[in-house]
Ligand binder design. Sequence first.
Ligand SMILES: [Fe+2]
Length: 256
Amino acid sequence: MFVYGAICERKNLQVRHFQLPLPGWPSTRAGYRIALLADFHVQNLDTAELASQAIHLAIAEQPDMIVLAGDFVDDWFPSLPPLLGDVLAPLHQMKGRVVAIPGNHDYFSAPPDALATICDELGILLLRNSCEVLDGICWVGVDSYQARASKPDQAMKAAQALGPDLPKVVLWHEPDAVDFLPTGANLMLSGHSHGGQFVLPGGWAPKHSTMGRKYVRGFYPHAKTPIFVTSGVGTTFLPSRFNCPPEVAILTLNPA
Ligand SMILES: [Fe+2]
C-alpha cells in the first residue's frame, strides 16, 4: 500500500467540486466559486511539479478567487525561494484574485519573509491576522496556530470594523482552530490535515496532524463556524497517500 501510494496515488491529482450552502450568505454572491489549494510542501523538483500542476488546474477552472491555505514549503533552505517563486508565478495572471495565509511549515527554519516577498511580486494577497475586501467579500486571514502566530480576535475585530454587514470568509491553516474563532464569519477554509493522507479501509488513519484531528476532510456545516478542509496537494511525514488523493477543491458558495 505504501509503495502504491508513493508512486501512484500521491500524484493522482483530482479536481473535486463541492456545493457549500451557507447560512447568511448573500444572494448577491450566490454561485461564487473558490479554488482552494493547500499544503504544497514544496521541497524539490518533484514536489514543485505537483504543486505546479495543481495551480494550472485551479486557473483552468476560472474561479472567482483562488485561496492558498498555507504550508507552501516543507522547510526553508537557500535554494527554495526561487523554486517556489517559479511554482507560484502562473498565479500572476489571476490579476490579484488570489488570497493566501502561511501554514506552520512556512515557519520551519525561518519566518515566512521569503513567502511574503514572492506574494508581493505576484499580486497575491498574503493575510496575516488581517483582512481585505475583494468582490464584496471580507477575506480574513489568521496566521498559523501551531507557529504561535495566530491572532484571531484581532483579525475578526478588524473585519467587523471594515464591513460589519459584509460576508466573511476566514482562512486559517489549522482546521481544529475553528473552535477558537470568534463568531461572525460565514465560512472558514483550511488545509493542514492532508485529509488523513494515508487512510485505511474503514477510515482509520495511522497519523493525524496535530490540530487536524477533529475536522479532517470535507465540509462541516455544523461546526461553530461552517468549515471546509481540503485534503491538500502534497504530503507530510511520509511521501505516500492512500485512499486520499491530492485535490484541487472547487467550492461553490450559496445561501443555505
Ligand atoms: Fe500544516
